[in-house]
Ligand binder design. Structure first.
Ligand code: URA
Length: 440
């Protein structure tokens, strides 16, 4: 057979620009070019914008995901016979579910190969939270990752240089070319990384609302359907829960503060909203792992792992295995602490009608808890704790939040944002359920 003529970047860009569908070869040529330099950054940027404007069919999205997944090392874990299931969240405010769910699922018998990301913009990242534990190392080599999974059934690691290099490049370009909020691109970015980490199945927490990437339920549904379809096409059963992210999850936002709240959850003292989402996602992992046949049995198994202290012990072992100080579990003073605490108190009595997740996130950012760019430094000690939750009855003067402050420069702004986040009403509000839909 004569060899097909070479595809030039401009031909591929033109095709998508004019609304055409890219075939598998064109997509593979692009992704190869992203990694080996055959596509200049300006050409990838143009193609990203064409995809943003014109979209991609499910077939194109599947080819893109697969090409990205194969752009680097694809980890397989044949030596581990336990079912390997991970969870991925599209990100939110106070979303520390991974820190609780990882040990919980592992204690329930699931092997959890969890490769997480850093926070960007207003959302926090699991890796940054873990790094607030003194000594905790997220930069595991593939060999260390493998050995730890075999020994503990849980590894909480960052993406190695060899895993999906195409995403690292494309994500950085998307970030500066206004092409992040695009379902096929988000879907391929997330799923290529998850499929390369060695999982058998995947649970997704697709968030919608003020504090999420997807602002509306229909948008989140579209993203969830696309990701579930890709997982299935790649023979990795995938289930998504659509969960509301209008209000912060739990009562703490900030790295060390979220570690403390996660440990409290593992000790059985977690806030109801955070535990509801965590237990539901972990239950799905147990079902996908085929450790139980019914949701009821799966929930019981997860609850036992929590109540027996096995999940807390698993977190302690994982911290120790990754070089962290396991004594933080019993002594929170070993975690970074802010110099000053500023309290915000209610100026009227009634019920907390609403807590604006975005205002809380921005308040945390002003205190230094987030980063605007990947290379920015974050302060692990700062943030907000003791957030009063929607539906709570309060008296005039009751505590609404504690701000943990190291740098006073933006304190006035942070305080104003936190105060503005709370709406108080005379009547008890009716709160919509947090978990809205399941897509499987
Ligand atoms: N998280 C990712 O890893 N990629 C995206 O595109 C969006 C969120």
């Amino acid at each position: 057979m004569p060899e097909a003529p070479a595809l030039f970047p401009q031909d591929i860009i033109r095709k998508k620009r004019d609304g055409g569908a890219l075939d598998r070869r064109a997509i593979e040529t692009w992704i190869r070019g992203v990694v080996d330099g055959g596509f200049a950054d300006y050409q990838s940027s143009a193609l990203l914008m064409a995809i943003f404007q014109r979209g991609m069919s499910p077939r194109e999205t599947a080819w893109l995901t697969e090409a990205m997944m194969r752009s680097g090392e694809v980890i397989t874990l044949p030596e581990i016979t336990a079912p390997k299931v991970d969870k991925h969240s599209t990100g939110g405010v106070g979303d520390k579910v991974s820190l609780i769910l990882g040990p919980l699922a592992a204690a329930a018998g699931v092997c959890v190969p969890m490769i997480s990301g850093r926070g960007l913009g207003h959302t926090g990242g699991t890796l940054d939270k873990l790094e607030s534990i003194p000594g905790f190392r997220v930069g595991l080599s593939t060999d260390e990752y493998r050995r730890q999974l075999a020994a503990l059934g849980l590894a909480l690691a960052g993406q190695t240089a060899s895993l999906v290099p195409a995403d690292r490049k494309l994500y950085a370009l998307r970030d500066v070319t206004a092409t992040v909020e695009c379902v096929p691109l988000i879907c391929a970015s997330i799923m290529s990384k998850k499929l390369a980490e060695g999982i058998d199945a995947l649970v997704l927490d697709v968030k919608f609302g003020r504090g999420a990437f997807m602002k509306s339920l229909p948008e989140a549904r579209r993203l969830a359907r696309a990701m579930v379809a890709i997982g299935k096409a790649m023979q990795r059963p995938t289930v998504a829960l659509l969960t509301e992210m209008n209000r912060p999850l739990g009562r703490a936002v900030g790295h060390a503060l979220e570690v403390i709240e996660s440990i409290e959850c593992l000790k059985g003292r977690g806030p109801a909203d955070l535990m509801e989402v965590t237990l539901a996602l972990t239950e799905k992992m147990v079902l996908l792992a085929k450790l139980e046949k019914t949701p009821k049995a799966a929930r019981l198994r997860v609850q036992r792992a929590l109540d027996s202290g096995a999940a807390l012990a698993k977190f302690r072992d994982t911290i120790r295995a990754q070089g962290g100080d396991p004594a933080v579990i019993d002594d929170y003073a070993r975690l970074p602490q802010a110099r000053r605490i500023v309290e915000i108190r209610a100026e009227s009595a009634g019920y907390i009608r609403d807590v604006d997740a975005m205002a809380i996130a921005l308040s945390g950012l002003r205190l230094g808890a987030g980063r605007e760019r990947v290379e920015d430094h974050i302060d692990p000690a700062v943030g907000l704790s003791d957030l009063a939750q929607a539906g709570t009855r309060i008296a005039n003067g009751d505590l609404l939040a504690r701000l943990h402050v190291n740098n006073e420069r933006h304190l006035a702004e942070a305080t104003a944002l936190a105060r503005r986040a709370f709406t108080i009403s005379k009547s008890k509000p009716r709160l919509a359920p947090l978990i809205r839909e399941e897509i499987a």
